[in-house]
Each structure stands twice: as C-alpha cells, then as structure tokens.
Design a protein around this ligand. Structure first.
Ligand SMILES: [Zn+2]
Length: 94
C-alpha cells in the first residue's frame, strides 16, 4: 500500500525550469498580459499561471524546454530579456 501524501495546507507548485516542487510563495508567478508572458508580482493576474524559481538559470531551462508557453498558452510571446531582468531584480531582493 502506498503512503498517502500529507495533506498540506500550503498550495504546492512546480518550477517550469527545474521541476522543483515547493510552496507557492517560493516561486515567481508568470501570467499572460496582452498576449505576452509577464511576471505577476502580486499573484493576482487572471488566467493560467506558470511558476518559476527566482533564479535566472531556471528561466533559461524553462525557455529551452519551452515549458512556459506550455504552462501558459501556446503561442504566447516571451520576451526573454525582459523576464530575465525582472527575475534578476527579484533574485537581488531575496
Ligand atoms: Zn527552478
């Protein structure tokens, strides 16, 4: 018989880059604004979200695997330089 996973109250998310699982609060949320992937700083933007560690390495991995557009919506435009800049800014604050 398999062990039941503990019933955690904190929502768990997976990084689209490295596949790390963790609390929602430890990730940056990406959402779609006007057809582009943007950082959802307050986690309040509507629609689907993609989660990523506050780490530009994870952004690189996610871009390589195209997992951001898979998590959000195929065809969403991704401005890698803009996202990298935002993620690096958040990295610095931690
Ligand atoms: Zn990651």
């Amino acid at each position: 018989m398999k062990m039941k996973t503990p019933d955690k109250r904190v929502p768990q998310r997976t990084c689209t880059g490295c596949r790390r699982c963790g609390d929602k609060s430890t990730f940056i949320r990406l959402a779609i604004s006007e057809g582009r992937a943007v950082v959802d700083h307050y986690g309040t933007m509507p629609g689907r979200g993609a989660y990523i560690c506050p780490d530009s390495d994870c952004l690189d991995k996610a871009i390589r695997k195209k997992s951001i557009s898979r998590a959000l919506k195929s065809g969403v435009s991704i401005d890698v330089d803009m996202l990298r800049q935002e993620i690096e800014d958040i990295e610095k604050q931690i």
